[in-house]
Write a protein that binds this ligand. Structure first.
Ligand SMILES: Cc1cc2nc3c(=O)[nH]c(=O)nc-3n(C[C@H](O)[C@H](O)[C@H](O)COP(=O)(O)OP(=O)(O)OC[C@H]3O[C@@H](n4cnc5c(N)ncnc54)[C@H](O)[C@@H]3O)c2cc1C
Length: 393
């Protein structure tokens, strides 16, 4: 630990860990990012980044690495999944950018991760350390010592555990074992060339398809050259881990009731991966002395609102700002970060659970949902999310 200068060890080189490294470095903190895997992770498919996340990425100086990688959809279109009929159209593009001062982006998760990594690699205050799993830590009055898998020790002013859904450091920091519960749904994801889109779906938009017990989303990525697809459906099995191959036949079976244009897109998708969805009870605490949890490690969020990674970005900006104004009292600054983030994340997590319920409704409840969607103005509904997309530090 350099005397007089703050330093941080970050466990986890995902979106949250890299964003935190850049945000801390911008405030003069020396950072080491320890990533368990030998190669920084590349998995995933598409990701939507609302204005609240795009603003953080711009402030981190990551935007320039994303230039030809992002799409800026014109609208979010909701379909009745079985008939394909359009139920609602919500404005994005200029409408949302003018409202919130930042764009709504859709992109390949790999491109977002690359951009963060390239930005971090060019930063003299950041050391990236792949193949380096952090297994525990010890606080003392002068600093914190993070323990690596092979007995190595990393000394710093603070430790950020951005080690994801299956966090190893969560129990030590939160003081109680937090078990993850499968929610009985699986996400299937794929990326196809944009030419896989049937003509009627070839608009520059996020499309959401709703049926009982399953919904699907697709949107442009790679600057519009590809399309990312997600199908989330009821499932009786749950697998641990992020990224598993899935049989195309299983996805076809889950989407058998969907309208023909969507089924033809599923037919043309080259390769599917799958993730079981989990939730956990809110943790007793996110911090312990000089160590703090961040991103999915602190608060796994179901993906029905496309906000998990965005919450990790907001966490990163908040944590760095509180540490920078800490006057050396790291533990208090981390507590301030937790106090600030908890209500926000709880609100987004609850909205995501609600969305999941609404998306998968059946019978009269689905009929009532569709009626409301058809009658209300899309702009009016979107304006109801100003609290979400208008977030500022
Ligand atoms: C189907 C689906 C769709 C989604 N869509 C969206 C979306 O559109 N928009 C959005 O904002 N979010 C979305 N999300 C959520 C988003 O993917 C996560 O919230 C986000 O990846 C969390 O980032 P993270 O950095 O906290 O964790 P992760 O991305 O999981 O990164 C954790 C990293 O830590 C490493 N690691 C683990 N343990 C250790 C250790 N002990 N030491 C060192 N390194 C370690 C891992 O290898 C990994 O690289 C979606 C999620 C799912 C499942």
């Amino acid at each position: 630990m350099a005397s007089g200068r703050l330093s941080a060890v970050i466990a986890g080189g995902g979106i949250g860990g890299l964003a935190t490294a850049i945000a801390l470095s911008q405030r003069g903190v020396d950072v080491r990012v320890c990533e368990r895997r030998v190669a920084f992770p590349e998995e995933g498919a598409g990701i939507q980044i609302g204005p609240n996340g795009a603003r953080v990425l711009a402030e981190l100086g990551v935007e320039e690495f994303l230039r030809d990688k992002v799409a800026r959809p014109d609208a979010l279109i909701v379909h009745d999944g079985a008939t394909g009929r359009e139920l609602a159209r919500f404005p994005l593009a200029d409408w949302i950018e003018q409202r919130h001062g930042a764009p709504y982006w859709t992109l390949h998760r790999r491109d977002l991760h690359h951009a963060l990594r390239r930005r971090a690699e060019g930063d003299p205050r950041i050391v990236l350390s792949p193949g380096n799993e952090i297994v525990g830590f010890a606080n003392d009055p002068e600093g914190v010592t993070a323990e690596g898998m092979n007995g190595e020790e990393h000394r710093a002013s603070l430790l950020v555990a951005a080690d994801g859904l299956w966090s190893r450091l969560r129990t030590q920091i939160s003081g109680s074992a937090a078990s993850l519960h499968p929610v009985g749904k699986t996400a299937f994801r794929s990326v196809a060339g944009a030419n896989a889109l049937p003509r009627e779906l070839a608009s520059n938009a996020v499309h959401i398809w709703l049926t009982a017990g399953a919904h699907a989303v697709h949107y442009p990525v790679s600057g519009g050259r590809d399309v990312a697809l997600v199908v989330i459906a009821d499932s009786t099995t749950a697998d641990e881990g992020w990224d598993r191959p899935a049989a195309g036949e299983a996805v076809k079976q889950k989407t058998g009731v969907f309208a023909a244009p969507f089924r033809s897109l599923v037919e043309r998708a080259p390769e599917w991966r799958q993730w079981s969805l989990y939730r956990t009870q809110p943790l007793v605490r996110w911090t312990s002395g000089r160590a703090a949890l961040l991103g999915d490690a602190a608060h796994p969020i179901l993906p029905f609102f496309a906000q998990g990674a965005v919450m990790a970005l907001e966490d990163a900006a908040t944590l760095a700002a509180r540490v920078a104004s800490s006057n050396g009292d790291i533990a208090s600054s981390l507590s301030a970060y937790e106090m600030e983030r908890r209500p926000r994340v709880a609100k987004v997590a609850a909205a995501s659970v609600r969305n999941g319920r609404v998306y998968h409704m059946s019978g009269p409840a689905a009929f009532a949902r569709d009626t409301v969607l058809r009658m209300r103005s899309g702009a009016r509904i979107m304006a109801g999310f100003d609290w979400l997309y208008g977030w500022r530090l």
